[in-house]
Design a protein around this ligand. Structure first.
Ligand SMILES: Cc1ncc(COP(=O)(O)O)c(C=O)c1O
Ligand SMILES: N[C@@H](CCCC[NH3+])C(=O)O
Length: 439
């Protein structure tokens, strides 16, 4: 059976996560409900950190909070000694409100506003990952007006385009992110930054993609980054303090996925960075990575209540749940695949093949096509696995569906960490029409 972390089947034949019966959680908190296995998140965080520690190198593992940001999640990341990657004023605000140490926050984004950058500077965050020339201008102006020096990494696009299962080398990088390494943009950014007292250039960042199962793309990216760092060192004596190779480590959504353990990514990254630094005659920089999905993805499970059923004779049976693309847009957006079970009948024999439909008014709102399940009846609970990354964080109110609640479970205890939205929440920013029609 497809179970992760602390998930198991209890004596009642119910799915249990973190020592808590999922059916009880559904009854207490309602559905749809996101449940996070906290022990699994801790285990992943520790595995990443331990892998670096074994190599005896200086490193930061920054949780990419775009995968799932909430006050409790950020506090959990802090508790585990992670750094934090934020990509908007909203994620930064959440981190600060959660009491996350500002010096361990890294600020990303391809169009940071003046206001967002000002907030970051005001709170003295650890570093800004500068993405483009306009941003450099904004940072410089802000730094001048506040008399600060701003620690930055330059985000470069190394021309390594990673896909889910492979990677290809692209001569001409076509990406909205970062300074191109090959067409002179990165060199121009480097010159500007070095010429201004506004910046403290810590080093370079790159991120080659997401849900990657191979190490080759990271090796290639490190090689390209160091080729540039070697040039900058030779020509300008620049010694990087930090090299950040981003996130993108893949997880197992279905039986078809075959990711490597997190240690294997870290081993290959550390070995390549060591090799490259030595070859370039550079001291070993601090190595930073930014995992999102691989920290929280398979720790998250969504529980739905099953409702209607529609048979299309000789074609398909649709089973509808009380959520859908509003709480998990990934199947509609990327054709993402998931595994699921009936959480209240785990011992049930899987006697039929059905397709799981969401309740949004959209034919494309399908969560899973053609899955084997016990015969599902209205009121049964469907658990969809591996929804911890980019589920809640990409949730929306399409069709005015309230966003679900989020519960953390650990050692037999459940804790509500995000409340379910209410209908009142949905209309809280609406204002009534000022009618011009005379009665
Ligand atoms: C710059 C950057 N860092 C980190 C991540 C986290 O990626 P993942 O969740 O695949 O680890 C992303 C998202 O792809 C990203 O764009
Ligand atoms: N949101 C995407 C990944 C994008 C990562 C951010 N650069 C997903 O659900 O897989």
């Amino acid at each position: 059976m497809f179970l992760h972390g602390t998930s198991r089947v209890n004596e009642q034949g119910h799915l249990e996560i973190g020592g808590v019966d999922v059916v009880e959680l559904a009854k207490t908190y309602g559905t749809p409900l996101y449940i996070y296995d906290v022990a699994l998140i801790r285990a992943r965080a520790r595995a990443f950190k331990e892998a670096f520690r074994r190599h005896g190198v200086r490193a930061q593992v920054a949780y990419a909070s775009k995968a799932f940001s909430s006050i409790a999640m950020v506090q959990l990341a802090a508790e585990e000694g992670l750094s934090l990657d934020v990509v908007s004023g909203g994620e930064l605000y959440t981190a600060l409100a959660a009491g996350f140490p500002p010096e361990r926050i890294h600020f990303h984004g391809n169009n940071k506003s003046w206001g967002e950058l000002a907030m970051a500077l005001e709170h003295g965050i650890g570093c800004i990952v500068a993405d483009n020339f306009y941003e450099l201008e904004l940072i410089e102006n802000l730094a001048e007006s506040s008399g600060r020096t701003v620690p930055i990494l330059l985000r470069v696009t190394p021309g390594v385009e990673a896909h889910t299962h492979d990677y290809i080398l692209t001569g001409q990088e076509d990406s909205k992110f970062g300074f191109d390494l090959h067409n002179g943009q990165a060199d121009e950014a480097f010159r500007r930054v070095r010429a201004s007292a506004a910046f403290q250039l810590l080093g370079v960042h790159c991120h080659i993609g997401s849900q990657i199962f191979e190490t080759a793309g990271f090796v290639l990216a490190a090689q390209k980054v160091f080729a540039k760092l070697a040039e900058w060192n030779k020509a300008h004596g620049f010694v990087p303090a930090v090299v950040n190779l981003g996130g993108g480590f893949g997880i197992r959504y279905t039986e078809e996925d075959d990711p490597i353990p997190v240690e294997a990514y870290v081993d290959c990254i550390v070995e390549e960075v060591k090799k490259q630094a030595a070859a370039c005659g550079l001291p070993l920089p601090e190595i930073w990575i930014e995992p999102g999905r691989s920290l929280v993805g398979d720790a998250g499970t969504t529980i739905y209540t099953i409702g209607s059923r529609k048979e299309v004779p000789n074609v398909r049976t649709y089973i509808a749940v009380d959520g859908g693309m509003s709480d998990n847009i990934r199947p509609a957006l990327y054709g993402a695949k998931y595994e699921a079970v009936l959480a209240n009948r785990m011992f049930g024999e899987r006697t039929e093949i059905v397709s799981i439909a969401g309740k949004c008014c959209e034919s494309g709102d399908m969560l899973i096509w053609d899955i084997a399940l016990p015969e599902a009846k209205p009121g049964d609970y469907l658990a969809v696995f591996c929804t911890g990354a980019y589920g809640y964080s990409m949730a929306n109110n399409y069709n005015r569906l309230p966003r679900p609640a989020v519960v953390f479970v650990e050692n037999g205890e459940a804790q509500l960490v995000v409340k379910r939205e209410t209908y009142e929440d949905l209309i809280q920013y609406d204002l009534p029409l000022k009618t011009k029609v005379k009665k």
